[in-house]
Design a protein around this ligand. Sequence first.
Ligand code: PEP
Ligand code: MN
Length: 337
Amino acid sequence: MIIVLKPNTKQEDVSRVEHLVKRRGLDTHIVVGQEMTIIGCIGDTTKIDAKLFEVDASVDKVMHVQEPYKLANRAFHPEDSVVDVSGVKVGRGHLALIAGPCSVESAQQVLEIAAAAKQSGANLLRGGAFKPRTSPYSFQGMGLDGLKILCEAKEATGLPIVTELMSPEHLDIFNEKVDLIQIGARNMQNFDLLKQLGQLDRPILLKRGLNATYEEWIMSAEYIMASGNENVILCERGIRTFETYTRNTLDLQSIPVLRKLTHLPVVVDPSHAGGKWWLVEPMAKAAIAAGADGLMVEVHNDPESALCDGAQSLKPQKYDELLREVTQIAKVIGKKI
Ligand code: PEP
Ligand code: MN
């Protein structure tokens, strides 16, 4: 953090600001120029609010030179993190291939999709039991019955399960039964929920908020990590832009940017990004080529009758073709499948 003092600040005022900085446990390095004086703050400034120093009448402005996150920061952890999801490694070259329906609708539906997805090479099974829907009149998910079905599908296929947690009421049961706990876009900044995830043993899949900046998104991961759970996977799922033709706009740039800023694995969900099944394949391939650590793809055996997101779901046959192509790209860029 750098504190720029107003021009011609007197020595006694410089000393007062320096004292304020030292009181916060930081060291200082003072540079006296011809017209202005700058105080460099040395130490961990992640927990210090820059605005605090702006209160002093001699301070012109305060600039952060360090990111406000520490545990998620690549600077303090140069190696890629690997997150272990019940034996499936994600990150440092290992791809998460998450597939399944938007919502759990019946045991037969999930079992059929799970078996086909596994056959194609998926290593994790998704399915929403608790659904965050824009309308209260839309299908809200099967709830705990849906979770039970996912557990049956895990039993049948051996695929660890990924499903969204919406309420703190279900923390314990999710911690017991869900291999990778998804936090959806709409809850990315539910800070109370994020803090509680820190108490769990399960890894977390943190989706990007509808209009979250990279820093806001990483700060949400930092919440979970600072509360005690460092097993976080980030998921880019498209952001709101002025374009209305697609559901959202897939931010492919987020992959290299996040890989530069953090050591956490970054997975891409092309289904919720484009909102159209035919956009899934090109965007999934682009994401892997750009360095993503995996894909989350909605797959449905009967998308025409799906209770949620049928238009963006791939049929099992199309998912199979996609994974064959993804495998080729992964080989070329040295990722492990
Ligand atoms: C989902 O993956 O089922 C979902 C609701 O996604 P998002 O939170 O990204 O909208
Ligand atoms: Mn969906």
